[in-house]
Write a protein that binds this ligand. Structure first.
Ligand SMILES: Cc1ncc(COP(=O)(O)O)c(C=O)c1O
Length: 462
């Protein structure tokens, strides 16, 4: 395609397209970055520039951006049946195969799988099922949901309320009443001087219990947590954190909802993040890696005791009052079943833990030499490197340095797509990286940090 045609795409984008999570005013002048094509772990922009996307897009394209197996699965499914639904007991072979393939991997025995289209919808579904569970058990007053500060759980109203980020709340008048937040686990910034990881997690568990007692345990339905807080900058909890949290939740009859939307399907080096961090949830939400980003589909897995409570509603003749037109789309189902088969053939948890360890070691080698990286953390195929202006004081760059935008742009100039989450440079690459790709990421990361260090020195000297 000619350049003119792509410039036209850029103009048309500004004219017609309203973007998610974008500064709308700067977008009017800067315009979009048009990504026109995928090639394994690379994406190619409208000017022909190639980038190794070390974020798998938005934490999702675990098998890269153009996977022939998934393309064929989708095209076969479309040829068979382009749509059907799952209301009133309808089903399709493809969605049954997907539910079965998920169920066989889950750490929850005899789970039931519910389908939706996005991570936000899956998390909203878990909230509604938690309310149903308590109502069916004679405790309809249990409505409150606890989540953690700095967490991301999605953009719909309950999901955004559970999210712990001010810009997701401010102008929207959120969170809704009854959505309350406890502390995030941040070993780098959160610990008191001399506090061990064990003492820290005990203090966090105590803070949770204090919140529960203040709010009234009999009013609280559930707590939602990601095993590793990805969007908060790859916050990996201490080993015993979830064990301590679970004891408190059990004490007060509060359900534990596991947001596996980033962590699920090998991302943390286990099939599910909850297995990596020792969390035993009542429900799990999944999306992103579920279809390797190749279809908008999400799922919720519920344990038998949740199912028992929910099904009791039908004993009074009532349908489950929940559902989306695209809950259980057959093409999505076919893509999920094929994605999970590909993961199995890759020997996934072992593959991602080994590949992730090599990736982290290579990135860490660069980060350790850099004066602007204060902390390095990672698990499986997730890695985070916290950017600091002052290592000793653990101080971030002043806003006028535009450190985040500057770093992302320099990385792009070096052919590397990565993302700043708060002050943390995050990596969440596809699982299909070869040793050459790892070396390429390492070289681009080193070049990015060198240019960034030079740049910010110049900004700091008037
Ligand atoms: C942990 C987590 N939960 C939920 C969501 C929301 O998913 P979606 O954007 O598909 O609604 C995201 C999206 O990034 C996420 O990272």
């Amino acid at each position: 395609m000619s350049l003119t045609q792509f410039e036209t795409v850029s103009q048309r984008d500004r004219r017609w397209h309203l973007h998610s999570q974008t500064n709308l005013i700067t977008h009017e002048s800067d315009g979009p970055l048009i990504i026109a094509q995928g090639d394994g772990p690379y994406v190619i922009d409208s000017n022909g520039n190639r980038y190794l996307d070390a974020m798998a897009g938005l934490w999702c394209a675990s098998l890269g951006f153009c996977n022939p197996r998934l393309t064929h699965a989708a095209s076969r499914a479309y040829e068979t049946m382009g749509f059907y639904h799952t209301f009133s007991g309808r089903s399709s072979p493809a969605i049954v195969a997907a539910a079965e393939a998920i169920g066989e991997l889950l750490p929850i025995e005899d789970a039931k799988i519910y389908f939706a289209t996005s991570g936000s919808e899956a998390n909203e579904t878990m909230v509604k099922f938690a309310w149903l569970f308590h109502a069916a058990n004679g405790e309809p007053q249990r409505r409150k949901i606890i989540s953690r500060k700095r967490s991301f759980h999605g953009s719909t109203i309950a999901a955004a309320s559970m999210t712990g980020l001010p810009h997701m709340h401010r102008e929207f008048g959120l969170p809704l009443a009854g959505f309350i937040h406890t502390e995030a686990v941040d070993l780098y910034h959160g610990r008191l001087p001399g506090e061990s990881a064990d003492q820290y997690s005990t203090r966090l568990a105590q803070a949770l219990e204090n919140l529960i007692l203040k709010e009234g345990p009999e009013t609280i339905a559930a707590m939602i947590a990601e095993p590793v807080q990805a969007g908060a900058g790859i916050l990996v909890p201490p080993k015993d954190y979830f064990g301590k949290i679970a004891k408190i939740l059990e004490r007060y009859g509060i359900l534990l909802l596991d947001d596996e939307i980033v962590c699920g399907f090998g991302r943390t080096g286990s099939w599910f993040g909850c297995e990596t961090v020792g969390m035993a949830p009542d429900m799990m939400s999944m999306a992103k890696g579920l279809s390797a980003g190749h279809f908008p589909i999400s799922a919720v897995a519920i344990s038998p005791r949740i199912y028992e409570a929910i099904r009791s509603i039908s004993a009074h003749g009532s349908n489950l009052g929940h559902g989306f037109t695209n809950s259980g789309h057959p093409v999505g189902g076919a893509i999920v079943a094929e994605t999970l088969l590909v993961y199995r053939e890759m020997n996934l948890p072992r593959h991602t833990s080994e590949l992730g360890a090599r990736l982290f070691a290579q990135l860490r080698e660069i980060a350790d030499k850099s004066p602007v990286i204060g902390d390095a953390r990672g698990v499986g195929m997730l890695a985070g490197f916290e950017l600091v202006a002052d290592k000793h004081a653990k101080r971030a760059f002043a806003p006028e340095v535009w450190a985040n935008a500057r770093l992302e742009q320099i990385a792009r100039d070096n052919g590397l797509m990565l993302r700043m989450q708060g002050d943390t440079i995050t990596f969440c690459p596809p699982f299909i990286l070869t040793n050459q790709h790892l070396d390429e990421i390492q070289r681009a990361f080193a070049a990015t940090l060198h240019s960034f260090e030079r740049d910010v020195r110049e900004v700091a000297i008037p």
